[in-house]
Design a protein around this ligand. Structure first.
Ligand code: NAX
Length: 331
């Protein structure tokens, strides 16, 4: 049997935490033959609820789940973890400005960066889900300099999966037959869901989405808006934000990163920009990536038209603005 992997989940008493913990314990994130030890972190106010989650996890008697540690101590939570799923943070409340939200989250990500840097396994893979996800990940990267920058990522896979499902619905095909959409940029409403390279597997081979749906107006308007605004639509319908789909996407993100993407397929991940596609360096930007042997790499050489260029630059600008706001919260 494989050695168990230690998985940290912060904000584990929250909505996504409740959905993702059983997925991890069933091997959906790291594979059906990979035992896990869960480290669940939340704040003191949520300690009792967190204890409840732990009791339920034990009661589910998952064969792969070797131990559950529920704690409100950041150091203890980060000890030797191989994977860190960062859900914890201060939510944006109604009427709250972005700056106010950042001023709450920047110190949290600074503190947790230091704890991970000191106590996590040296090759720990980090996925930030909590909003503002890209900028929280950037702060984490800046305050955990000894963690390789390639190990710090943020979640845009939910947006990616939403784009796949919109195309599947529109073209009346199965979602598993759609691939290679791209989410560029920020996990915010400035993100750019790009179908220019997406394909559908048909009985006659792989066909570009743009050939199957020639309604340019739909692709450039409704499609993009629906993906960008899907989170808002879920809140309106459920009176709570996306949780099961976010948990599932976080599992997809980590599984593909650790176990690899299928041949010929790429996915979207928020990663530290190396300047590819003329995107500024030093921001966490969502790119198309392929993964192999536990490492991601940006898919290079895709043709970018003028429409895409403008959208990719606008979401980069949004991230640069966020970065400035975040840095102003450090003082
Ligand atoms: P919840 O408010 O249900 O849970 C958040 C949990 O974090 C709470 O239990 C809270 O006590 C805890 N927490 C707060 N400060 C903490 C700290 N310093 N250390 C540890 N835990 C702390 O939110 P939930 O719906 O679970 O969403 C979690 C985060 O994911 C939010 O920031 C949300 O905005 C973000 N999302 C990001 C998505 C993405 O695609 N990147 C999509 C889903 C989601 O909206």
């Amino acid at each position: 049997e494989k050695e168990p992997m230690k998985v940290l989940v912060t904000g584990a008493a929250g909505q996504i935490g409740y959905a993702i913990a059983p997925m991890i314990a069933r091997g959906i994130m790291l594979g059906p033959d990979q035992p896990v030890i869960l480290h669940l972190l939340d704040i003191a106010l949520a300690a009792e609820a967190l204890h409840g989650v732990k009791m339920e996890l034990l009661d589910a008697a998952f064969p792969l789940l070797k131990e559950v540690h529920a704690t409100t101590d950041v150091t203890e939570a980060c000890k030797d973890v191989n994977v860190a799923i960062m859900l914890g943070g201060f939510p944006r409340k109604e009427g709250m400005e972005r700056k106010d939200m950042m001023s709450k989250n920047v110190p949290i990500y600074k503190e947790q960066a230091s704890a991970l840097e000191e106590h996590a396994a040296s090759d720990c893979k980090v996925l930030v889900v909590a909003n503002p996800a890209n900028t929280n990940a950037l702060i984490l990267k800046e305050f955990a300099p000894s963690i390789p920058e390639k190990n710090i990522t943020c979640l845009t896979r939910l947006d990616h999966n939403r784009a796949l499902s919109q195309i599947a619905e529109r073209l009346k095909v199965y979602v598993a037959d759609v691939k290679n959409v791209i989410i560029w940029g920020n996990h915010s409403s400035t993100q750019y869901p790009d179908i220019n390279h997406a394909t559908v597997t048909t009985p006659n081979g792989e066909r570009p989405v743009k050939e199957l749906d020639t309604d340019d107006h739909w692709l450039k308007n409704e499609f993009i808006n629906t993906v960008q605004q899907r989170g808002v639509a879920i809140i309106k319908a459920r009176k709570a934000s996306s949780a099961l789909s976010a948990a599932s996407a976080a599992c997809d993100h980590m599984r593909d990163w650790v176990l690899g993407t299928p041949k010929g397929t790429w996915v979207s991940m928020g990663v530290y920009s190396d300047g590819s596609y003329g995107i500024p360096k030093d921001i966490i930007y969502s790119f198309p990536v392929k993964c192999e042997k536990g490492k991601w790499s940006i898919v290079k050489g895709l043709k970018i038209d003028e429409f895409s260029r403008a959208k990719m630059d606008a979401t980069a600008k949004d991230l640069i603005d966020e970065k400035e706001v975040a840095h102003s919260c450090l003082n």
